[in-house]
Design a protein around this ligand. Structure first.
Ligand code: CU
Length: 148
């Protein structure tokens, strides 16, 4: 078994060294708003930092507890703020994307159960090129998130 492990690691390094060396992704503060009203739709927030030298692109997000997850932002439409779906989100080298109420957010559709304060909702973030990161969003009341 030792040999097999070594072999797999070797292959991973051969195919991904240059990329893996240059890319760093940090995800922090993953939270999901506790349910109010419509229990089937939720919004989640996190901070994705890219301290590396290469831009990263969030391509897709999924969760085992939701039918579908979309990347949304808010845009000004006349007097109103409207939500807009993003197909992907690029995060330039040395910058971070802060998802927060009134701005970028992840929208979860078809939630399997209401989100309470004990909820832990896994989110799988796909950055392409085989780079996936899983984080757990903790149920947090909306008022608490607005306060930060
Ligand atoms: Cu939205």
């Amino acid at each position: 078994m030792k040999y097999l492990t070594t072999l797999i690691t070797g292959i991973a390094l051969l195919s991904g060294t240059a990329y893996a060396d240059a890319v760093q992704i940090n995800i922090a503060d993953a939270k999901i708003a506790t349910s109010m009203g419509n229990h089937k739709v939720g919004s989640a927030y996190l901070t994705i930092s890219n301290p590396g030298q290469t831009p990263i692109t969030l391509q897709n997000v999924t969760s085992p507890l939701a039918d579908r997850v979309e990347i949304h932002t808010h845009v000004q439409k006349g007097e109103m703020m409207a939500m807009e779906k993003l197909d992907k989100l690029e995060i330039a080298a040395g910058t971070k994307a802060e998802f927060k109420p009134g701005g970028l957010h992840l929208m979860l559709f078809g939630l399997k159960e209401p989100v309470d304060e004990d909820a832990e909702v896994p989110l799988l973030l796909d950055f392409g090129n085989g780079m996936e990161m899983q984080v757990v969003a903790h149920g947090t009341p909306m008022q608490e998130m607005m306060a930060h």
